[in-house]
Design a protein around this ligand. Structure first.
Ligand SMILES: NC(=O)c1ccc[n+]([C@@H]2O[C@H](COP(=O)([O-])OP(=O)(O)OC[C@H]3O[C@@H](n4cnc5c(N)ncnc54)[C@H](OP(=O)(O)O)[C@@H]3O)[C@@H](O)[C@H]2O)c1
Length: 273
């Protein structure tokens, strides 16, 4: 239910793909609780001009000028830039709700860097945020009230589905929800290469494989467990079974586990820089 949340002025520090996905989602919802959206970067004026023309947002190359009148600050720049920006932000904010979407940057780091009592949240979206189909994980800091939860739900609803987790779970699941789309695209590239090797055009191969992935994902979304779906296409001793045996022999599942561990380790390393 909508409460008496005041109109928000949302400042994005970072004007890349994720910032655009989030503010475009907010604008689509046309919610009265969102007043002005301000978008900033340091160097790419053309990008800012294009965003202003397309969405009617306010743009600036110096977020410091806009911090005083903002009520929500979304940190949408690379993890490695957070420490420096947070250090500056600490001396300039007073009660704003600070949300980061950066891999590896948790609420503990935000709280340790910002004045005591600053409400903070960490959101880990994925690339499908660009089409409103992200699965985003999120967690709050200690000083968050109902109003902040309401604002975060607005930010999240514009980019897809979401699930509240603990900070530790987000660190551990970043690879699974955030980076695994890249693992899936690698899988698609390999299958497309196979199709092309049998004489298909790259375009046709792409269409076939994309539809195969889409149909399989839709069946998964209906709630049938993947092992059951796999059994459904695998006759014992049949052709698919022969293919799966090769994947198992080559350590398919182990390779994915190792990829998850390596991704999470690197995300932490970058955030700590
Ligand atoms: N894309 C994804 O699928 C995805 C998924 C989950 C999480 N994320 C997170 O979202 C964040 C942004 O990712 P993205 O894909 O949107 O990146 P991006 O497209 O490369 O955009 C990064 C933006 O940050 C700005 N920026 C960089 N350093 C800055 C600084 N010190 N101060 C102010 N602005 C700065 C850049 O502009 P200037 O260089 O001109 O300043 C640019 O506008 C990252 O932390 C990433 O971990 C992304």
């Amino acid at each position: 239910m909508e409460t008496q949340t005041q109109r928000q002025t949302v400042l994005f520090i970072g004007a890349g793909r994720m910032a655009e996905a989030i503010f475009a989602g907010l604008l689509r919802r046309e919610d009265a609780r969102i007043g002005e959206i301000i978008v900033s970067n340091r160097s790419d004026r053309e990008r800012l001009a294009a965003l202003q023309a397309r969405y009617g947002v306010t743009v600036t190359q110096d977020w410091r000028e806009q911090i005083g009148r903002s009520t929500v600050v979304v940190l949408a720049m690379p993890p490695g830039d957070h420490k420096a920006v947070l250090a500056e932000l600490a001396s300039q904010i007073g009660g704003q709700f600070v949300v980061t979407v950066a891999a590896g940057v948790g609420t503990q780091l935000l709280e340790a860097s910002l004045p005591a009592g600053t409400p903070v949240a960490w959101v880990m979206p994925n690339t499908a945020a660009m089409i409103g189909e992200s699965i985003s994980l999120y967690t709050y800091g200690q000083a968050v009230h109902e109003e902040h939860r309401e604002i975060l739900s607005l930010l999240l609803a514009g980019i897809g589905e979401s699930a509240e987790c603990t900070e530790q779970q987000i660190h551990e699941l970043t690879a699974v929800t955030g980076s695994a789309p890249a693992f899936l695209y690698r899988f698609v590239e390999a299958l497309e290469a196979s199709a092309v090797s049998y004489g298909l055009s790259a375009d046709t191969a792409n269409k076939l494989v994309a539809q195969m992935v889409y149909g399989s994902a839709k069946m998964l979304k209906q709630g049938t467990p993947p092992a059951e779906l796999r059994d459904g296409v695998t006759t014992p001793g049949g052709a698919t079974a022969a293919g799966l045996r090769v994947l198992d022999e080559r350590g398919y599942a182990e390779a994915l586990q190792d990829a998850v561990v390596a991704t999470n380790a690197r995300a932490r390393e970058m955030a700590e820089k």
